[in-house]
Each structure stands twice: as C-alpha cells, then as structure tokens.
Design a protein around this ligand. Structure first.
Ligand code: IVH
Length: 710
C-alpha cells in the first residue's frame, strides 16, 4: 500500500531526466544562496568542502546535460579556462560620454543656469565619478545576456563571460524584465595594492583602472574571476519605463538586485524635501541636501576622496527630472542634462595622428602613437609608447581619437584614456600581420608581437645600436647615424663586423674626416678590453642586463663556457640556485644561448679577442708557500673541511697534494694523524702542526673545543 502511494506521489518524478533537471534547479538555487551570502555579506553558510561538493555536482551535471544548464547558473561565477575573443556588439542605446568641467564653479554655474531656465522646477543629483571601465549590461527577461564595453559608443566588445564572474552582478534580476543598465566596473584600492605588489616592477599596473581594464579583457574568464572586481550601476533603461526621475530609476535598479552606489547626494529646494523624496524611493542611505549646500558638498567630497576605498576622478552632476532631461536633450556626444566635474585637469589632451611600429633587437614589436605636439608639465610630447595590442584594446584606441595624456612618474609619456572618439570611422587599432621592415609574419608571444626573422634589418640595426651604446660596450663614435651609414655601405651586417670593418671607407661619405675615423678605430680597439661582465650584458641575451650579468658571474659562471655548458644540458637548477635568478629568466637565457645565432655571435666575438671569462684576481697575499707541495693529514680543528685549509695554501702560492712522497715539501699534521705522518718522518719531510700552520698564515686558532665529558 505504502509503495503504491509512493509511486502515485512521485509520478511527476519517475522520468529520470526530469529528476536530473530538478536536481540541477535545486543545486542552482542553493549555490546562488551560498554565493550571495559569501560574496555580498561575507558569511559562510556551509563549510568549504560542502560548498565544493555541491558546486562540483552541478558542474558535472551541466557537462552531462548541457540542455538543462541555466543561463544564470552559479557555476559561471568561477569562469572558464577556454579562450574567448570579444565579438563586437552593437549597442541598443547610444552610450554617450559626459561634458567636462574642471572647476567647482563651472558646475555651480551649470546648476544655476538650469534652475533659471526651468524656474526651480528641477532637482539634481551629484554622484561619484567612478574611475573604472564603462560597462553596459543587457538583461532579457531578467537574465543577463550581454555585458559590453563602451567601445566607440555605438559598437563595443562583448565581455559577458568575464563579467558573469563578478559576484555583485546578478545573473538574474528579481523580475523577468528586459533592461539595459550602464555602470562602471572598478577595482578597490586595497585589492589593487595587493595584486600589484605580487607583480614584478615591469608588469605592475599604474592604477586600479588599468588593472580592472586588463581583468575585464582576460582571454580566460577563470582569470577574471580571481580579480575582485566590483560595479556600480548608474543609469537604466527598460521597456515601458515610466520613471519620473533619476531617484526612481536608481530605486528600481536597486530593487531589481543591481549594485547601486549609496554615496549619492540629492539636492532639491531644501534638505527635508530631499529627505522625503529619498525615503519614498527607499534610498535612505543617500544624502538629502538643499540647493544651498551644493558648494559645501563638492568641497567635502573633494576632501574625502582619498579616504574612499575605490578611486573616483570627479563628480557627476545630473538633472533629476526625466521630463527636464528630455527637454535639455543631447549634443552629438553628451547629454545636456549632466556634467562631469573632474578633480584634476588632465595633463594634456591631444589627437593621435598615426601609430608607428617599432621593432627592437629581440624582435619585439612595439606600437608607438604619434600625437599632435602637446605640452605636459613643461615637456613637449609627440611620441607615446602603446606597449602592445592588449594595451590598445584596453584603451579602445583608434587613430584620430582625442586622448588624455600624462607623464607616468612625471617622466614617461602615457595615454591615460580616450576622451573623444574619432569621426573618421576608424575602429580600435590592430597590429599589422607582418613586420614592416622585412615582411616576415609576426608571431604573438604572451602580450607582445615579435618579428621572428633574426636577419631582419631593423632587428640587426637595433642590436648594433644596443651593443655600441654608452652603457654597454661604449664604442664612442658608433652612433645610430654612423651605424646606419655603415649598414648602407654594406660594411657592417652584424655585430662581429664591427671588429673587422675598414672604417676608412667612411671617408667617401660626407661628414667623416681622417680624425673622426681614427677616433672610431681607437674606440673599437679599446672596446676589446672591456671585461667579461660588459661583454656578457651586451650580447642581447634576454633579461640579462648588467646587474644580472654580474650576478651570474658572481654566482659561479666565471666564463661563457660554463654558461653554454649549463644551457646545453638544460641545467636550470644551476642558475636558479643563484640568489635573484628565477626560473623564467633562466629558461629564456638558456633558449637564447642554445640558439645557433647566439652561438655563432659568441664564437665570432671570441675570435676577435673579446673577454669571455672573468680575469682571475691575483691574490694580494704574500706568496710564502710558492713552489711548495703541501699534504694534509689528520683532523683539523680550525677548518670545517680539509679543502678550506688547502685553499689557504693555494692562495699563498702552494700546491695541495694528496699523498706524501720525496717531492712533498711539508706535511700538515692534524689530530690523530696516521701512516702519512710516519712516512713523512721516514722521508725527512718537514712536519708542521695545525698551530704552527695557523701562525704561518697569520690566522687565529679556533676557540678550544669543549673537553670531553667522558
Ligand atoms: S553618467 C549619459 N555617472 O564617466 C550618461 N558616468 O564620460 C553618461 N562614469 O563614460 C554617464 N561614474 O564611464 C555617469 N556616476 C556616473 C559615472 C560615470 C563614472 C564614467 C562613465 C562615462 C564617463 C564620462
């Protein structure tokens, strides 16, 4: 009887597929609940193991039954290891930027003008201008379908999988509506400091925005998942939108589960009216102020800026009433109903006229922006490195764009952001497919493109320039111009040619005289005497500058042969055993040392007499044991090993031998000496005690050993 009831009761669940689907729904609900508690309230409702078990079970089922995988499945929060590109996506709303003001007074004037025009029938909000990445979220029937970068305001890049890993962004809204939300993705200051401190100096990001931009564009969403990005949503559009004002929009966005910024101030005729409106909308955490408080509020906010846990680069003033917004309308680029107050004037604004490609000695290809000359902090800037394609993508930079530029660390020019897209139809710049100097197809390694052709004339020229540089082999007179002339004349094709070249041929070219040619010849001759450390660091081995070269030598690689041997046998551990030498450096060093081109370069330079080993330093010690053969026997108290005593003998010109013969000059006899002592006395070999030996070499005896207790 009980069995029949069970079957009847379970009728709906007798289909195993249905049961699986139900299990998946249950797991999704539970995991979503656990994730919310964990990420948003910092509470763990279950142990890590229990969580992992549920998570793994759902992932497993999703793999087996992809047809049941929910579009808002909580498994997406950890991202995927699959590479994804970022397809273009046409925005359904124009994604405009804001007009800018650089003084609080401009904002106040803007307020007054609007008030006068609408005879006080309007109110305002002042929001923080979050210094992050502009993002547009597209929800369909309440499900997050697309997350898209701003791009040129019309077309952006879809980065949905990456954005889905962000815990604060709902994958499903609290209502099944179609909605577009605009906001800013950002990284907190503390997280930025922590992540950046784990990076090497070269790889460190300049500011949280750049790190966040990189995170948003990671090829693997599992990597984005590891970066604790946040978002504030500040504008929303949905079907049948009837909102009367911005406050109502924010209230709705919040109720739908989207992250809104609580640090917003609302200004109307007076503070209590403002409070009333905010409370009505359920936005109690926002600040309620009167028009007369605007100036004071801007001042306060500017001062508090440093104490905020995330970076803001200004404030955004917005008209609150939608009706007034519509009346004020838009210019081509900005709404007239909002204005951004930027705390600091950008260092300079200029236009990117072209992007040039540089090829370095290692083949690394670097895009460089040529901009309309602009003065930043007293220096005229015309060329700015753009590093690589990824950097350009993060900026969404195209030729013709207006950019805000700065000087990083007050020195290196950098493009901070695109402030105005070009209207020439240019889209984000793409690196060429082939080397502009030799035509070889470029290859991508990590974030950079490389020209793989070791004979590429630009690479060779850069190699020569580097080799002759003042901080390298220091060949005075072999300037970039002279190197170019020598290449043109066909006198130099590669580095070793410097040492066989007949510089007199330069006399046929204008600008060179007997005297300059003779100075050049002398400088080249002089460079033959450079010590090994200089030669090693001038070979162009990756990551081996002067400091690393000296570390390698001090670490035991006293000549190039020991280094080549370690490279041939791939003995990475011999390099990593040296303090400050990491595995990455060791591998790239070995790769380069094992290449036929590098071997040939080393051989040819060696044939030219360059130093490839560290000169042994002559000992300063008096050579009191010169010509003597010393043998050691028994145990020594003052030396932890016999080798150390032998070293002392050798430093003073003596030779250490292992057995006593008639040719042995001295026997150093320690404690418990055995047969060697007998033999020495037999042969009449001079015998010295450890104490006498220490006296001879001027060393103190070790502190007496503890007397035996037994
Ligand atoms: S409103 C039409 N509000 O600043 C509405 N923008 O050019 C335009 N931003 O691209 C945006 N915080 O990426 C708005 N509270 C905020 C903002 C904000 C940061 C960014 C946004 C925009 C840029 C201004």
């Amino acid at each position: 009887m009980a069995l029949i009831v069970f079957f009847i009761y379970n009728k709906a669940m007798t289909n195993p597929l249905e049961m699986i689907e139900q299990e998946m729904r249950d797991l999704e609900a539970r995991l979503t609940e656990l994730q919310r508690a964990y990420y948003l309230d910092s509470r763990s409702l279950v142990s890590d193991q229990q969580y992992d078990k549920l998570f793994d079970r759902l992932s497993h089922l999703e793999e087996l039954y992809p047809q049941f995988k929910a579009p808002d499945s909580p498994t997406q929060r950890v991202g995927s290891d699959l590479n994804s590109d970022f397809p273009e996506f046409r925005h359904t709303i124009p994604v405009l930027s804001l007009d800018k003001a650089y003084s609080a007074q401009t904002v106040l004037d803007w307020f007054s003008k609007a008030q006068a025009k609408f005879s006080n029938n309007l109110s305002f909000v002042l929001e923080e201008k979050i210094d992050g990445i502009s993002m547009v979220l597209y929800y369909e029937k309440g499900l997050l379908m697309h997350a898209v970068t701003r791009g040129n305001g019309i077309i952006g890049n879809e980065v949905t999988q990456n954005i889905k890993t962000m815990p604060s962004i709902p994958l499903r809204l609290n209502e099944p509506i179609d909605l577009v939300a605009r906001g800013e993705v950002y990284l907190g200051k503390a997280d930025f400091e922590r992540l950046n401190s784990e990076k090497g100096e070269d790889e460190a990001y300049a500011n949280p925005r750049n790190l966040a931009a990189g995170a948003v564009r990671r090829q693997k969403s599992s990597e984005t998942a590891r970066i604790p990005l946040s978002m504030f949503v500040y504008e929303g559009f949905w079907d049948g939108m009837e909102s009367t004002d911005h406050i109502a929009i924010l209230s709705r966005l919040k109720a739908l589960g989207l992250p809104t910024n609580p640090h917003i101030a609302y200004f109307s005729l007076n503070a209590s009216l403002s409070r009333q409106r905010l409370d009505e909308a359920g936005l109690n955490e926002m600040k309620a102020l009167g028009f007369s408080d605007i100036e004071q509020y801007i001042r306060e906010k500017t001062e508090q800026r440093k104490a905020l846990p995330y970076e803001i680069d200004g404030l955004v003033a917005k008209v609150n009433e939608i009706r007034v917004r519509e009346e004020l309308g838009y210019t081509e680029h900005h709404p007239r109903w909002a204005i951004a107050y930027k705390f600091e004037a950008p260092q300079a604004e200029t236009v990117v006229q072209s992007i040039e490609i540089q090829v370095g000695r290692t083949g690394r290809v670097t895009p460089v922006a040529r901009v309309q000359k602009a003065n930043v902090g007293g220096a005229d800037i015309q060329r700015i490195t753009l590093h690589n394609q990824q950097y350009i993508n993060e900026l969404e930079l195209a030729i013709g764009d207006t950019v805000s530029i700065s000087r990083r660390g007050d020195v290196i020019p950098a493009v901070e952001s695109v402030t105005e897209k070009n209207n020439l139809g240019n889209t984000t710049y793409q690196m060429p497919k082939s080397c502009p100097f030799c035509g070889s197809g470029l290859v991508k390694i990590g974030a950079h493109h490389f020209c793989p052709n070791t004979q590429c004339k630009e690479r060779v020229k850069q190699k020569l320039i580097f080799f002759c540089d003042r901080s390298q082999m220091d060949i005075e007179g072999l300037s970039t111009k002279t190197i170019e002339d020598l290449i043109k004349l066909g006198l130099i094709k590669d580095v070793p040619d410097i040492y066989t070249c007949d510089f007199k041929a330069l006399l046929s070219v204008g600008g060179y005289g007997e005297r300059s040619v003779s100075l050049l010849e002398k400088a080249v001759e002089k460079s033959r005497q450079n010590p090994y450390v200089k030669v090693l660091s001038s070979l162009g081995l990756p990551e081996i500058g002067k400091k690393a070269a000296s570390t390698l030598i001090k670490g035991g690689f006293k000549d190039i042969d020991s280094l080549l041997e370690a490279a041939s046998s791939n003995a990475i551990e011999k390099v990593t055993a040296i303090d400050q030498m990491g595995e990455k450096t060791a591998r790239s060093l070995f790769d380069s040392l094992n290449s036929p081109q590098m071997r040939q370069l080393i051989d040819e330079l060696r044939n030219q007499g360059l130093h490839f080993s560290e000169e042994e330093k002559q000992s300063d010690l008096e050579q009191i044991f010169s010509g003597q053969a010393w043998c050691i026997t028994g145990s020594l108290d003052s030396f932890s090993s016999r080798e150390l005593a032998e070293a002392e003998i050798e430093k003073r010109g003596g030779k250490a031998v292992s057995s006593v013969s008639s040719r042995t000059s001295v026997l150093l006899a320690g404690k418990n000496a055995g047969s060697k002592l007998d033999k020495a006395s037999e042969l009449g070999v001079k015998i010295v005690s450890e104490k006498e030996f220490l006296d001879l070499i001027g060393m103190d005896a070790a502190s007496p050993i503890e007397p035996d207790l037994f």
